[in-house]
Each structure stands twice: as structure tokens, then as C-alpha cells.
Ligand binder design. Structure first.
Ligand code: SF4
Ligand code: SF4
Length: 333
């Protein structure tokens, strides 16, 4: 039995699916950036795109199931998909809350293949009332650029300024801009509330920027981040840290209990991380969006494995940030 399951068993924890409130669709691996910690291995060289028939089916599933309240669109940089705007408009037209994982810099960089301008994105997001969720690893240039590439901080600041000008992050606008923090190294994120206050103070006072929430995420021990740890001989030490900081309250809130992730070919997964590892749904569950079956999905066994300790350490980690109070010391290394 995998050690994550052994631990759940030893603690008599049963993490069954609770609902499918969110459909997360990964529509492309193409990205204008190639960040060091990217668990998707996205880059300007990737070409995977979700086909029209597949995203049409995702929207049909949304229409059939009003209980799926959120459409979470991710990539790569999802805005680089040729049908991105159509997908957003259609989901909004059927009344769904749409979240876009927006890397900020794409607004300034433009399309890495066609060279087309993407400067209209803040206005489009505002017009459609989407929730914008954007990585900003730190409020200073050095750490952000180290993780995401030289010049990324300055471009991110300019992109936030443009989002703020459209009303994002401004009180009373109803337009939400969330920033995402992840640690620069092999340590757990600090307390989300305190860090949010620190980010707000620094970004407001020094740069005049506004945002709604700061979401803290743990670096998952997969793909590029795992390779870096292995190159430095720190993978096992990091895993031990995640395991030592296992938090049952965080485990209860893992996102796979309330979402389904869809890859660009329409295959279904418990979450984005399982998708990136090619860990498909339990054999009894539907395999693709074309045979979506809510009852069967709610009855499935979630495919937990070793990397799941990344979701359950400290205050927990999910697409929506921390899932619990940590109640335990956060270590830095
Ligand atoms: S911007 Fe996001 S998707 Fe693109 S490389 Fe960086 S982490 Fe990956
Ligand atoms: S990595 Fe594991 S615990 Fe985290 S959301 Fe995915 S399946 Fe659930």
C-alpha cells in the first residue's frame, strides 16, 4: 500500500469525494514562460491544445450539471489557446463562475508563436467578470525573477497595474484578482494571512498595486521541482519535511474531493498534479469527459500517492491556497 494511504489508514482518515463543484480544464501546455517550478512543464515550445470537440463537451457537461459552479481554466498560459475567449464567453453565458490562471506577463509578451498582441486581456477579463488568479512568488524582483525568469517581476507589476485600472482588486468592483505565492525553495509556505498582509502593505505602499487575496501553495515534489531537488540531493529531505508536517485538517480539505481535472485530450483526473503525472482516474470511474457520469465520479476512489503529502503539509495547499490552519511550525531551509 502506498505510504500516503498507509498514513490515512493509520489515522483512520477516509478521504472520499464530496462533490464536483469545479471543473478544471487544462487547454494548452504552451506558455510564454518556462518557470523553474512549473509542475506542468509548460514552455514556448509546447504545442498541445484542447480540440474544439473536447472543450464543447466540457461546456455541455457544465450545462447539464448546475452543481458544477466553477470552471477553472488553466494551462500553460490558457489565453494562448485560439478558442480561449470563446470558452470563457460560453461558460459565462450559462452562468458559471470562471477562474483563469493568468501568468500576468502574457499581457505584455504577446503570443510566443504568432506574435499577436495580448494587451486586450485585462479589458476582456473585466468585460466577462472572470476571477483572475496569478502567480507572484514575491513582492521583490529578485526572488520572483529567480523563479520565473529575468524581467518577470517588472512585467508582472505592469500587468497588475493594468488589471487594477480595469477595476480588479478594487473595493466594490466585484472583479477579483488573487495572487499566488509559492516558496522559492524546499520549505513550506508561511502563514497565508500574515503573508497576505505583508504582500498588501509592500505592493500598496511601494508600487500602488491592489489585489484581493493571496493564496499560498506548497511546491509539489514533481517534475521540474523534483528534478532540481534530486540534482541537489534534497528530494528525500523535502519529502520527509512534508510527511513530518502532515496535517489531518489540511488533508480533509484536499481539492480532489471537490473537483475534476480534464487534460487537453479530454481525459479525467483527480487533480492537476495527477494529470501531470499521468495518474488517471480509478479504473471504475469514467475515463474521459465524453463519458462524464456524476454518480460514478462521486463513487470513485481518489488515486492518492506520495506526492499528495505536498497537499497535506502544514496549512495544506490547493488551487485555492491553504486548506487549514497550520497549527505547526513552518521550517525554512
Ligand atoms: S507561467 Fe505558469 S504555466 Fe507558464 S511556465 Fe510558469 S508556472 Fe508554468
Ligand atoms: S495531489 Fe493528491 S491530495 Fe493533492 S489534490 Fe491531487 S490527489 Fe488530492
Amino acid at each position: 500500500m502506498p505510504e500516503f494511504l498507509r498514513l490515512l489508514d493509520a489515522r483512520s482518515l477516509s478521504l472520499e469525494p464530496l462533490s464536483v463543484e469545479t471543473l478544471q480544464i487544462n487547454i494548452t501546455r504552451l506558455c510564454n514562460q518556462a518557470c523553474r517550478h512549473c509542475h506542468v512543464d509548460a514552455s514556448p515550445r509546447r504545442r498541445e491544445m484542447m480540440a474544439r470537440a473536447t472543450w464543447e463537451q466540457c461546456l455541455a457537461v457544465l450545462e447539464r450539471h448546475p452543481s458544477i459552479r466553477h470552471l477553472d481554466i488553466t494551462g500553460g498560459a490558457p489565453e494562448l489557446h485560439p478558442d480561449f475567449e470563446q470558452i470563457v464567453r460560453r461558460a459565462r453565458a450559462v452562468g458559471r463562475h470562471v477562474m483563469v490562471r493568468h501568468n500576468l506577463t502574457v499581457t505584455l509578451d504577446g503570443h510566443p508563436i504568432s506574435g499577436a498582441s495580448m494587451a486586450h486581456l485585462p479589458g476582456f477579463f473585466a468585460e466577462q467578470g472572470v476571477e483572475v488568479i496569478s502567480s507572484l512568488p514575491y513582492y521583490r524582483a529578485s526572488l520572483t525573477d529567480r523563479q520565473r525568469g529575468r524581467g518577470v517581476f517588472d512585467k508582472s507589476v505592469e500587468a497588475i497595474r493594468r488589471l487594477n485600472a480595469e477595476g480588479f482588486g478594487r473595493p466594490g468592483s466585484g472583479l477579483l484578482l488573487d495572487l499566488v505565492y509559492n516558496p522559492a525553495g524546499a520549505y513550506l509556505p508561511p502563514d497565508q494571512c500574515s503573508l497576505e498582509a505583508e504582500f498588501r502593505r509592500e505592493l500598496r505602499e511601494k508600487l500602488g498595486l491592489e489585489f484581493n487575496r493571496l493564496l499560498t501553495m506548497t511546491n509539489m515534489p514533481i517534475h521540474r521541482f523534483r528534478q532540481q531537488l534530486e540534482q541537489r540531493g534534497g528530494y528525500e529531505r523535502y519529502m520527509e519535511k512534508l510527511m513530518e508536517n502532515f496535517n489531518p485538517a489540511a488533508a480533509a480539505g484536499v481539492m480532489c474531493r471537490s473537483m475534476i481535472s480534464v487534460d487537453h485530450q479530454g481525459r479525467l483526473y483527480d487533480c492537476d498534479f495527477n494529470q501531470m503525472l499521468g495518474v488517471e482516474l480509478d479504473a471504475e470511474a469514467p475515463a474521459t469527459i465524453f463519458d462524464f457520469d456524476m454518480s460514478a465520479l462521486l463513487a470513485r476512489r481518489i488515486r492518492f500517492a506520495r506526492h499528495c503529502f505536498g497537499c497535506t503539509a502544514g496549512a495544506g495547499s490547493s488551487c485555492g491556497g491553504a486548506t487549514a490552519d497550520s497549527g505547526m511550525e513552518q521550517e525554512a531551509s
